[in-house]
Design a protein around this ligand. Structure first.
Ligand code: BGC
Length: 412
């Protein structure tokens, strides 16, 4: 095309001087805090002249998004980039569906800055197949500070202190625990409860090694008993509630605590709340040394054996240190690179970064069962089913233990 003065003026006016294409991005970041974080990424790409076709699929934890993805791929219409977790990434990689990002990874030195625990889920056969956005962790509790202060409750350090605090709130007529009864949320709480009940060796044996003895143990029964205590201290309308609406109950002082991953912090920030003043973040009692992590990544689907310019630009934007800081400050997660300063992060973010580094070096960093970093989806979903059935009173704890052993063995 011959660029005349008038075409140049028109291009400048429309702001699309660069003729780069679009990226279509499938993700499940639909809550207020999540959308605010996603806007940081959209803005980054728009500044490079790359258009963003949004493909949001609501549903925390991404179960629904993964169903939609399978349908799209089966129909021969894979999106450019897809938010995904742990074993799902490895699964698509093994199927040969993902683009090889080694060129951009080598150019930008990902090998040197992305923690080993994340690389394990971002590479297949020595090839980078996805771009890590962040590190979240599931063993957090979020509390309304005014509610705790009004009831003379200090941050509980042990399970017994936690149950005492819950009982105090209950006696005062406050909903102790904000919860959304969805399988992935029940499982998220179970991550922390199992870790706290049995410690890191138990967590690893049961959820990562799928050791039958650990799955069928008295410790597992005790973990289910603790889940029953939690069930007894949620409000009557918990069933089916979205996680961010449960967070809103804590934000508004309708409930004392929520046990949820640190994406919950994004909701507090989005509501204009400040950590330490309006809300408190602390590790689930009894798991202060441990971090059960999950990392959001963007897989790039193979488009005829080449990585498109837009895919390369997206991958490189995601791993840039400035994006890693700007995005994760808003999202509630911590950077997926070890060389990003904690300066821009609030107190919870600084703690998250310090906890992650400490847990990684002391052997206390474990993949989250609930968020696809302990097992492939078949096993994860089998555990979900048992945990949810027990939470909803279908099984007593002894039966839940038996069902868990059976379900995990069938799912492998
Ligand atoms: C993702 C988070 C997301 C959360 C709730 C988790 O699996 O890692 O990024 O905010 O689900 O949707």
């Amino acid at each position: 095309m011959k660029l005349t003065t008038s075409t140049l003026a028109a291009l400048a006016f429309s702001g699309t001087l660069a003729t780069a294409g679009d990226v279509e991005v499938l993700h499940w970041w639909t809550s207020g805090g999540e959308a605010a974080a996603l806007n940081v990424l959209k803005g980054d790409l728009e500044n490079q002249g790359i258009g963003w076709q949004d493909m949001p699929v609501a549903g925390g934890g991404g179960t629904e998004a993964m169903t939609v993805l399978r349908a799209r791929v089966t129909a021969g219409d894979a999106p450019t980039a897809v938010q995904a977790l742990g074993f799902d990434i490895l699964d698509w990689g093994a199927q040969g569906a993902l683009a090889d990002l080694n060129e951009v990874a080598a150019k930008e030195g990902w090998d040197d800055v992305v923690p080993a625990a994340l690389q394990a889920f971002a590479k297949h056969d020595g090839k980078w197949i996805s771009a890590p956005v962040n590190v979240h962790s599931t063993n957090w509790v979020w509390a309304n500070k005014a509610v705790l202060d009004a009831n003379g409750i200090a941050v509980p350090q042990t399970w017994d202190e936690f149950t005492a605090a819950v009982e105090k709130l209950s006696a005062a007529g406050v909903t102790p625990i904000a919860h959304g009864g969805q399988a992935w949320q029940d499982a998220t709480v179970f991550d922390a409860v199992a870790m706290s009940t049995g410690g890191p060796d138990f967590y690893k044996a049961a959820f990562i090694d799928l050791d039958e003895e650990a799955l069928g143990s008295d410790t597992m029964k005790e973990a289910f008993d603790r889940m029953a205590f939690i069930r007894a201290n949620v409000d009557d309308n918990f069933s089916g509630r979205d996680w961010n609406l449960a967070t809103a109950m804590v934000i508004n002082g309708e409930a004392g605590f929520q046990m949820m991953g640190d994406w919950a912090k994004g909701e507090f920030l989005n509501a204009g709340k400040t950590p330490g003043e309006d809300f408190l973040c602390f590790r689930f009692p009894g798991t202060q040394e441990q971090v059960t992590f999950n990392a959001d990544q963007f897989m790039m689907f193979d488009q005829g054996g080449v990585v498109s310019d837009e895919q390369a630009a997206l991958a490189s934007a995601i791993l840039s240190p400035s994006f890693q800081s700007a995005f994760n400050v808003v999202k509630g997660s911590v950077p997926a690179r070890t060389d990003v300063s904690n300066e821009a992060f609030d107190a919870c973010g600084k703690q998250g970064m310090a906890d992650l580094a400490a847990a990684a070096s002391s052997g206390n960093l474990f993949g989250s069962m609930a968020h696809g970093h302990a097992n492939p989806a078949s096993v994860k979903n089998a555990i979900y089913d048992v945990v949810t059935a027990h939470f909803n009173g279908e099984y007593d704890s002894a039966t839940a233990v038996e069902e868990l052993v059976d379900a995990v063995s069938i799912a492998q």
